[in-house]
Design a binder for this molecule. Sequence first.
Ligand SMILES: Cc1cc2nc3c(=O)[nH]c(=O)nc-3n(C[C@H](O)[C@H](O)[C@H](O)COP(=O)(O)OP(=O)(O)OC[C@H]3O[C@@H](n4cnc5c(N)ncnc54)[C@H](O)[C@@H]3O)c2cc1C
Length: 412
Amino acid sequence: MKTKDILIIGGGPAGMMAAIRAAQLKKDVLLIEKNAQLGRKLLLTGKGRCNLTNIADVETFLEKFSPNGQFLRDAFKVFFNRQLMDFFESKGLKLEVERQGRVSTDKATSILEVLTRELHINQVELLLGARVKDILIDEKKVQAVELADKRQILCTRVIIATGGVSYGFTGSTGDGINFAETLGHRIVPLRPGLVPLETKETFVKKLEGLTLKNIRLIFTDGKKKIVSPIGELLFTDFGISGPLVLTLSGQITDWVKEGRRVAVEIDLKPALSAQDLDNRLLREIQAAPQKIIKNVLKNLLPQKLIGIFIRLVDIGADKHVSHLTQKERGRVCELLKAFRLEIKGPRPIRDAMVTQGGVSLKDIDPRTMESRLMEGLYFAGEMIDMAGDTGGFNLQAAFSTGYLAGEAAAKK
Ligand SMILES: Cc1cc2nc3c(=O)[nH]c(=O)nc-3n(C[C@H](O)[C@H](O)[C@H](O)COP(=O)(O)OP(=O)(O)OC[C@H]3O[C@@H](n4cnc5c(N)ncnc54)[C@H](O)[C@@H]3O)c2cc1C
């Protein structure tokens, strides 16, 4: 039977970083991944461009994981954004700081290449295409893990880094959360985080793939309002997505769960008041009174949106703008300021970018990532009850907790 110092379950960002760190500290490390390849979800990040981290300061980072951010303070003390960027840059990777401080690369594949190379250089043994089925414990101490094919590997330290349950086809199917629960850890119920929203209007399907830039969203339940900053919205075949929607999706999901009727008003021209818009429209009409409305709207809206916009505003597409009544102009301006969609609810957890919930923070020591219940058992990454905002925060948390778990397990 094989014996190892440290065994790591899950070859995502958290598991790979844990393995590299433990191996740097001269431990004999085995990384087990059930897929035939490492980092399948990592390759999807940032639409293949990977928002690796963010240049925000620690306090902002902790806020982005609210209400559980404080748990990450120790991990960030040991390995934060600067160290992560140095790690990759020192290995020749070019990183770019983009809007809202996100740090990205050209290709997520280059991130994976660096990690794979480092695993190799540090002599981490890889076991790919092998699913861990069980963790064997005796007298509250880790003894071994058992694979699906019944092979057992002896070890005194195990780091579980199996991810959440979203995008399950990448391998993240919640196995580690189940192991933790079986071993007596409390599990905070799993919910979708950073998730697209479904709308009642089915016409969105016709807008699928359209990105609206420089817009503002105002979610309302008739009483309360949530106003977004200016940003982007993406139409999907069932509703809306994009950074603004994803960031606010947690709050909106809660509203829907409470039985509130939620709508979103898209302010298509947030820099202009309704009056400014009316003036602008009047100027366009005076400049070209012979034009038909759909051609004038081309100066204000993306082509793909015009047909639906005209239908909603209830004006004939071929009406000459010189024939527009004041009321009709008013309706155009109103719709430009509040393009309204009714929210049905969030997409299922499988379509969420991250999983909220997971192994309770109460059962993990934040200074080491070790279980408070079992000796030699560590957790890292998204399977822990923490979920951050878009913009590189989740990967940083996975790398930081992975690094800390790897270091703590190696030093034990
Ligand atoms: C479409 C998409 C885009 C994203 N973009 C970004 C982004 O740009 N920036 C950002 O910060 N975050 C992004 N995220 C979130 C980020 O990808 C995750 O938070 C991160 O991958 C979590 O890392 P992890 O190592 O904890 O888990 P995972 O990446 O989920 O890795 C877990 C691994 O464990 C393996 N595994 C599971 N069970 C077993 C088992 N029983 N035995 C062996 N192996 C097992 C899985 O196969 C998997 O490879 C995105 C997520 C998605 C879905």
